[in-house]
Write a protein of this length. Structure first.
Length: 239
């Protein structure tokens, strides 16, 4: 479901933004240096994301990973499904609908991580998913601004391609450089739906980082313990 990413190749990310048609000189690109080299996950530390500001200009902002709902502060939502388990479209969702129409953003990363769902918890091999043809990739996301003015993002997910289907039933939406402007600016629902299709096989490569070990599957437990120690909630996504 994409709940861990890494950002370290800042030069490559700046090059990716240039390929998207954005001038990095006008962006606060130093934000990519924050938390550089760490593996980042929801409710931990913020990530730099590209969005359209109120003047319809491109900008970067640090965004917390996970939306917090006012009716239940213990729950935070970090993945927005294109279609929920109940068949509800993201466009129809009371949670995600407004954001997918008006507040889309891009999350540039080196890679993301996933655990093989074919194995029981505690024994799941961990995979690193890297771009197949570039050094870095960009994930499609949506954001909101909470009551204290903080940016919060949620990564959009879709059906897996053939490679990802071997280990998980979902994958993040991946936006290619030539699709970036459309993702951020388009008002055409059908165009956005088209961008939310599973990525082509050549766009990613899966690298198994470990075999069947307890340490791979215990990542969730480790994060939960760390969350409790820091006073941060650790919950599963809504959908």
């Amino acid at each position: 479901m994409c709940a861990r990413v890494k950002v370290s190749k800042t030069a490559a990310i700046k090059s990716l933004l240039a390929d998207m048609g954005f001038s990095t000189e006008s962006l606060a690109e130093h934000l990519f240096e924050i938390n550089k080299g760490e593996q980042l996950f929801p409710y931990y530390k913020p990530l730099a994301a590209l969005f359209v500001d109120s003047q319809s200009s491109m900008d970067l902002a640090l965004m917390n990973w996970g939306w917090q709902r006012p009716w239940d502060e213990s729950k935070r939502l970090f993945n927005a499904r294109k279609c929920s388990a109940k068949g509800q479209s993201i466009w129809q969702s009371k949670v995600w609908g407004e954001a997918i129409r008006q507040r889309r953003c891009l999350l540039p990363i080196d890679c993301f991580y996933e655990w093989d769902q074919n194995f029981p918890r505690g024994k799941r091999p961990r995979y690193r998913i890297e771009p197949g043809q570039r050094e870095v990739m960009s994930l499609g996301a949506i954001y909101e601004i909470n009551h204290v003015g903080e940016f919060c993002l949620s990564v959009c997910t879709t059906e897996p391609n053939d490679s990802m289907q071997q280990i998980h039933h979902r994958m993040p939406v991946m936006i290619e450089p030539e699709q970036a402007q459309e993702w951020l600016f388009s008002e055409d629902q059908h165009a956005i739906d088209h961008l939310m299709q599973p990525s082509a096989e050549k766009q990613i490569q899966l690298i198994c980082e470990n075999s069947l070990t307890e340490s791979s599957g215990n990542q969730s437990a480790d994060e939960h313990n760390r969350s409790e120690a820091e006073g941060r909630p650790y919950t599963l996504p809504l959908f």
